[in-house]
Design a protein around this ligand. Sequence first.
Ligand code: AMP
Ligand code: MG
Length: 678
Amino acid sequence: MNEMMSNRNNNSSRTSKDSTNHPHPMIPVPDAMRIALREVASSLLREIDHDEPKTFTETVSLQHALHRSSAEIIKAPISIPVVDTSIMDGFCIRYADYLSAQSGDEFRVIGYSVAGDASMRNDGEGHDSSNSFEAMYVTTGAVLPAGFDSVIPIEKVKFKEVSGESNNDVLESIRSGHEGCISIDKGKVALAEKQWVRKAGSDLKAGAVLLHEGQTICSAQIALLAQTGIFSVLVRRKTIVGVLSTGDELINEQNFQSGSWNKVGKIYDANRPAIMSLVQNFGALVVDLGQASDTTESLEEKLSAGLSSCDIVVTSGGVSMGELDLIENVLVQKLHGTVTFGRIHMKPGKPTTFLTIENFGSKSLTKFVLSLPGNPVSAMVCSHLFLYPILSLINRGVKRHETVNEIVDGTPVHPEIDVILNDDLKLDRERPEYHRVTLKWDIGRSIFVATSTGMQRSSCLMSMNGATALVCLPRATDDKTKCKAGEKHLALLISNSFKNIVDPQIVKHSRHMLLHSILTKRKKTKVPLKIGLVLRKTAGSPEEHIQKVQSILDTVEIDFVDSVHHQERLSQILLEKTKGIDVLIIISNEGFRDSNKLATFIDSCLHKRSDALALQMRQGAASECGLAALFEVIVGTINETLVCSVPEEGLEGALRKIHGRVIFHAAMITQGKPYPQK
Ligand code: AMP
Ligand code: MG
């Protein structure tokens, strides 16, 4: 086992805490984000497999639908307007009459149609009229009476009663049965056919999509739903996020009231209100989990309570290297959590830790814990960087046929823009920094100028004050120790006012997500073999496995990576995703009983087995890790793809046996290409 793996599997080893022997590898921010998103995506897919996502929706009235994520596609049930409608107050006539009339000819006013009161004829003869030179009085929004096709605004014609009496109130005159007429001065009134008429369906056609699944509902959508007679909407249930502060130094309400808080060294709890407000800001439902002291008992009690009632628990404090930093130990040893990442190459927020907890309580759902450092700025910056994308993935939702990769790639992350620095900024020697800035639009240069919020120490909350963006600064090198004023850099927008005008970026297109990422460091070779990677219940992250596969097998390009939990999904991949893939590598980490099941299943899918290659790989795996002998290695072909199922333990040993010419030739043979000459 390599060092990374042994650290990952041995969380209890986290007692000797020195930075040279840290239990977790320090990974770049984009990789940590991807890893967290993968975990969340896999868990949502599992819920779909268990047919549980129904519990994740609810119906709300339009009044409560603002900013919720729609769980259904809604099409307009009716057209708008439903029937031809007048746009003006005036008189409707037939356009043909207008054409044949002489200037000054009179049109008899035979009735009226006002908004909400469909056409009424004075003679009570039904609505349709076929006599020429007739008109009806109409108001804005009134149904255009049958037989009429154009409207003349009231200010363009003169109405008079036939009796000669003058009555300024046209409607009253018509309603009281007085005969009246209008005359049109054609020199002044140029009427076009269907003028001032809103044709049925001209604003909106029945069947048009008003709301897509996963779309965030804003005021305009609420208006459209209301306009088409829809009073409620199915939305995704809000994610419930519990927020817990930890630390013996925190002043709480009880010791504040009893006066026992008044000791040197006690501090007010800034993180809980800060993170709770961010959770609300990100559209989730927040639960206040209070404070825990730095003891195993207190942490276990508060964390279990939080995990029972919440989907995600966000903690602050207690994840650094001190003796009282116990959160991870409690989550792993007492609550059976698995650390997904535990250290990030960033400033501020290095110790940020993410854990998954399977099957917590009675539900077969995965719970997530984001453990943030105690320093308030770190806690806030990391809430923006990690919690926001996680919640946006859950809001986006997943579909049964999607792969984990597709879901992650399609997840909205922060809107990002280029900014110009207003100040010289010193770079950190060790880590890339997320520098807090305020933004101001520079009209002359047509770009935002970023001004530092000042001292960036992770305890100094004033650096968050007024911050609208995080500028992504690289770490210092020997050649470059500072960024100079005027340089252009990438900034992530964290303020709501900006989020409303700049669309969030999706992972796939995000430049931030490409920064420093392992996934981008693909080998560029002339004829790379296309590799598909399938991870089944592996302890290592996809990124670790990609790195291993790429470092051992030359000339490969990873085409896709998928984490599967169910055989059904694996079978779907074997059927649908092998096309165009030269080699599919399935990495699993199951005991030999499970593994046998997996091996039998894969075996049954193969068109042809290659026992000789399998034997080689098995020996390679076992020579690196004795445990690998407990796993079956299966190699064979499905159509034109070489499929290798290998154990996670000893993976590198297995791959070494086929690296270089062996795997290349095996792929060629699988594809029926001539056996390559030396
Ligand atoms: P820790 O991550 O627990 O080592 O804490 C790092 C720093 O953050 C210490 O100075 C703590 O006192 C401070 N801190 C921890 N929790 C909070 C909190 N809820 N509010 C404000 N400061 C905190
Ligand atoms: Mg602490």
